[in-house]
Design a protein around this ligand. Structure first.
Ligand SMILES: *Cc1c(COP(=O)(O)O)cnc(C)c1O
Length: 353
């Protein structure tokens, strides 16, 4: 079976973790500080706060922006549940908007229309490795939280994702571009905001009880992996780009729309997502296709399990619905071989009609 995703863990990570184990200092310590400095340098941010997950990073980001009961937070419907859950935990009210059909990212015009006097933040995920369009969003007068859980190293006209929002968050969950098993990070330039997040991350050794603090820490075991993974990120991205180029060629004859990036935008192919319009005509067509591909030894996925508006029973998100019914994510990760990619292609050629 060719799995849909797989982390790239090698001798480097094994040695880094072994070194932490031997040191006896396994909880949050010097490796976490090193990982934070390395990520902040990579994204050109003043500081970073490592936490236990991307979802926690989102929650702390929103709390750091002062989101409280009654405040609205704009986000796309076509995204993982983490954004909705983090927002409601912070006390905010999620305001869902639809996406652009060709990029799967937030539609800036719909965001502009959704803004009210109570809007406190916009959550901007860069989905599947393609940057969202920030040019308009930056002019709306509302703080942006860039969600880079799926996209690192991509750029728009030379500007890297994760460098423009008031806060940027990352995830290092097992399947993401960088893997620490579980883990997340919040990055920003505002020292006070960073200090506040650090104060919420842990409870011990404090002169006062900090309301809202809990234990959200990352361990040195995870951070040591993270440092190695970040060193290897350029190699990972080069491999993903090369596989995407192979798929672009090999899949030219398949009845599907391949992912593209606008001129001067880079795509880092965290996911290689095909749009297959013919699936729209029949209910459950995508679920059946997934089963048939699995029988051929190729594990594919819906790139988003379910749109938020579907969980909530809301209507009028047509592009999110089309994406749910027609978007197919196929295997792509650094350790995928050209032979595997050819087998994926073969299965798609036979099953997508
Ligand atoms: C994975 C992911 C998250 C949540 O990260 P976790 O580390 O799993 O909590 C948030 N946003 C996006 C876009 C993600 O892909």
């Amino acid at each position: 079976m060719i799995s849909h995703s797989r982390p790239s863990l090698e001798q480097e990570e094994l040695e880094a973790v072994a070194q932490v184990l031997r040191s006896g200092q396994v909880a949050q310590g010097p490796a976490v500080a090193r990982f934070e400095r390395a990520m902040a340098a990579y994204l050109g941010r003043r500081g970073a706060v490592a936490v236990s997950s991307g979802t926690v990073a989102l929650e702390l980001a929103l709390r750091g922006l002062g989101v409280k009961a009654g405040d609205e937070v704009i986000m796309p419907s076509y995204v993982c549940a983490a954004l909705w859950l983090a927002t409601t935990r912070a006390g905010g009210e999620p305001r869902l908007v639809d996406i652009q059909p060709d990029t799967f990212n937030l539609d800036p015009d719909l965001v502009a229309k959704a803004i009210t006097p109570r809007t406190r933040a916009i959550l901007v995920p860069h989905l599947f490795g393609l940057p969202a369009d920030l040019s308009r969003l930056k002019t709306l007068g509302v703080p942006l939280v860039e969600d880079c859980a799926q996209t690192l190293g991509a750029a728009v006209q030379g500007t890297r994702v994760g460098t423009a929002g008031t806060i940027t968050i990352c995830s290092f969950y097992a399947t993401k571009l960088l893997c620490t098993g579980e883990g997340g990070m919040l990055l920003a330039d505002d020292e006070e905001m960073l200090e506040q997040a650090r104060a919420w991350r842990e409870y011990d050794q404090r002169p006062v009880l900090v309301p809202g603090a809990l234990n959200y820490k990352m361990t040195d075991l995870q951070a040591a992996m993270g440092v190695r993974q970040l060193e290897r990120l350029p190699t990972f991205l080069a491999r993903r780009l090369s596989l995407a180029a192979s798929y672009d060629k090999m899949l030219a004859g398949v009845n599907a729309i391949r992912p593209t990036a606008p001129h001067q935008w880079t795509h880092v192919y965290y996911r290689y997502v095909l749009r297959i319009p013919s699936l729209k005509s029949r209910k459950n067509a995508l679920a059946e296709l997934l089963t048939r591909l699995e029988r051929r030894g190729v594990q594919c996925r819906r790139p988003v399990f379910q749109s938020l508006h579907r969980y909530l029973g809301l209507e009028s998100f047509p592009q999110s619905d089309v994406a749910h019914d027609t978007a197919l994510s196929i295997p792509i990760y650094p350790s995928l071989s050209e032979d595997d990619a050819a087998r994926v292609t073969q299965a798609l050629t036979e099953e997508v009609t």
